[in-house]
Write a protein of this length. Structure first.
Ligand code: HEC
Length: 103
């Protein structure tokens, strides 16, 4: 069931256009993050700027978000879960979490 939902989301996501490239945005795009996330508006996942705002000043956020980027999960924003992103290394996940939080 969980897998099917993830597959449907991925199928939807793959039809969406990838955002223009900046340095870390290019990494996010190349790791497929921008299929579900946009800087300013919600697509399948929350907007990256909304994520940054939600965790502003939260010192545990970088580590928690880095794990969630790798492992996926839900419950923070709504009923749709983020699938695991096994294409992302731990170093990349940390970099991406720091970048998202800096937006
Ligand atoms: C298939 C769609 C999809 C892809 C691909 C995806 N995400 Fe997500 N992401 C989501 C959804 C849906 C949520 C909301 C999950 C929740 O409610 O906890 C989310 C949540 C997040 C959050 C916030 C987590 C929280 O607990 O608040 C971060 C950070 C994030 N994604 C980063 C990334 C990064 C970086 C990538 C690329 C490696 C990525 N996402 C790829 C769908 C996706």
């Amino acid at each position: 069931m969980k897998r099917n939902v993830a597959r449907i989301i991925l199928a939807l996501a793959s039809t969406l256009v990838v955002a223009p490239a900046f340095a870390d945005l290019a990494l996010a795009s190349s790791r497929n993050c921008m299929s579900c996330h946009n800087l300013d508006r919600k697509i399948v996942g929350p907007s990256l700027k909304d994520i940054a705002a939600k965790y502003k000043g939260d010192k545990t956020a970088p580590a928690r978000l880095a794990s969630k980027i790798m492992e996926g999960g839900g419950g923070a924003w709504g009923v749709v879960k983020m699938p695991a992103n096994p294409q992302v290394s731990e170093a990349e996940a940390k970099k991406l979490a720091a970048w998202v939080l800096s937006l």
